[in-house]
Design a binder for this molecule. Structure first.
Ligand SMILES: Cc1cc2nc3c(=O)[nH]c(=O)nc-3n(C[C@H](O)[C@H](O)[C@H](O)COP(=O)(O)OP(=O)(O)OC[C@H]3O[C@@H](n4cnc5c(N)ncnc54)[C@H](O)[C@@H]3O)c2cc1C
Length: 371
């Protein structure tokens, strides 16, 4: 396979990079980090005007009807700039669930609003720190109502609707449910995480009205499918963030002189930068493979998604951590931006399940393919 982005997609990247450099500077990111606002509403409106939320939503539902490769391009730039918006929850998960299995009425109700940036969605899966499985989900759906506690739910405090993973009354099968979060029987509490530029909440459902999404209790394969698709898009965010951390480290090493020499001339620093570079390039090529599989809905997607996820999580964490080291004592301080990437690297590494979960999945899927 010889995959690369087209010239149109590359010009979309340039346009997105320029827009985000202006509207999602680190000063703006820090305003969300240190302030009370859960996300940058002005940036969100600007992104909607650029049409980004509707990138992969068909024109019949108010979107731009481009595709997943364009969405990957935007995701990479959002990751590079650390954009503090609810894009990932709304687009990679909530809107994606609607696109995959929503009824015509559900799509008609929510997708045009999502495409316009007027509705925020979230995906409520986790019920605490353990890996969510069909066996340990305790949230229940029965007779059009859902009850249970979900934590952490990214953007759960600001979302208009949630895609909730719940089991049927006897707990044997799981399914997806669409919940309008403005309805009754829902309590939301913001929770603190390592990265306050992406807000999180605890959602308690107490008999909240819930519509089945897709066939009732269609089961765990649908949850896995959604997570696989999101994994590719989040991998692009991680690659963008990793590249930005590498760029910061390189620039600092070239500009900082010790003993009359640039610290970039010391072998210890060169090795660090070279190791980050290799990790980022590996992650990038795996993300490209994932982009191809996502855009074609190829049978290779489960393996490609897990590979992209593992490589991107490792690259971003390594780049963010080593960037602090290259900056020496300064890297440790609040004033430098190194910690912004460290926080985001930690968060994106956990948001779809830990690296361990994805490594286990990758091994299982490769073994299944080899059998
Ligand atoms: C929490 C904390 C507590 C501290 N406490 C103390 C303390 O009690 N006393 C004290 O004196 N200092 C202390 N420091 C400062 C610490 O010693 C310096 O941060 C450290 O020496 C790095 O120097 P620098 O920050 O000027 O980085 P720089 O000199 O800018 O170095 C940046 C990077 O280049 C590397 N580097 C620099 N020169 C070379 C070289 N010749 N060869 C290879 N690599 C090189 C460094 O290892 C680092 O990774 C503390 C720092 C922190 C973060």
């Amino acid at each position: 396979m010889n995959f690369d982005f087209s010239s149109d997609q590359r010009s979309l990247r340039e346009q997105a990079r320029k827009f985000l450099a202006e509207h999602a500077s680190s000063t703006r990111v820090r305003r969300i980090l240190e302030g009370a606002a859960p996300y940058d509403a002005e940036l969100w409106r600007g992104m909607a005007e650029m049409g980004w939320m509707g990138t992969a939503i068909p024109e019949t539902h108010g979107g731009a009807g481009f595709g997943y490769l364009e969405l990957c391009v935007i995701a990479e730039e959002l990751g590079r700039s650390l954009a503090p918006t609810p894009f990932s929850s709304t687009i990679y998960l909530a809107s994606e669930a609607l696109l995959l299995v929503g009824s015509p009425a559900q799509k008609k109700r929510w997708l045009p609003r999502v495409a316009q940036g007027e509705a925020i969605g979230c995906f409520a899966l986790a019920e605490g720190p353990q890996v969510a499985t069909p066996g340990n989900i305790t949230t229940r759906a029965d007779d059009g109502r859902v009850s249970g506690t979900k934590i952490p739910v990214m953007d759960g405090d600001v979302a208009d609707f949630a895609i909730v993973v719940a089991g049927e009354a006897d707990g044997r099968r799981a399914g997806l449910f669409l919940v309008d979060l403005t309805g009754a029987g829902i309590t939301r509490t913001s929770v603190t995480t390592v990265d306050p530029t992406r807000s999180h909440a605890r959602l308690v459902f107490d008999g909240a009205a819930a519509e089945p999404l897709g066939a009732p209790f269609a089961g765990w394969p649908l949850v896995e499918r959604l997570l696989d698709r999101a994994a590719v898009l989040v991998a692009f965010e991680q690659v963008g963030g990793a590249q930005a951390a590498l760029d910061m480290a390189r620039d600092y090493a070239l500009g900082r002189f010790a003993f009359g020499r640039q610290i970039a001339s010391f072998q210890a620093i060169k090795h660090k930068l070279a190791d980050i570079y290799v990790a980022v390039e590996l992650a990038r090529s795996n993300a490209y493979y994932g982009a191809w599989a996502l855009s074609k809905d190829a049978p290779e997607l489960p393996v490609a998604a897990a590979t992209a996820r593992v490589a991107a999580t490792e690259a971003y964490y390594q780049a963010a951590k080593e960037n602090i080291q290259v900056h020496g004592g300064m890297g440790f301080t609040w004033e430098f931006d190194c910690h912004l990437h460290y926080r985001r690297a930690k968060l994106t590494g956990l948001m779809l399940g830990s690296a361990r979960r994805w490594k286990d999945l990758l091994v299982t899927r490769l073994q299944a393919g080899a059998a």
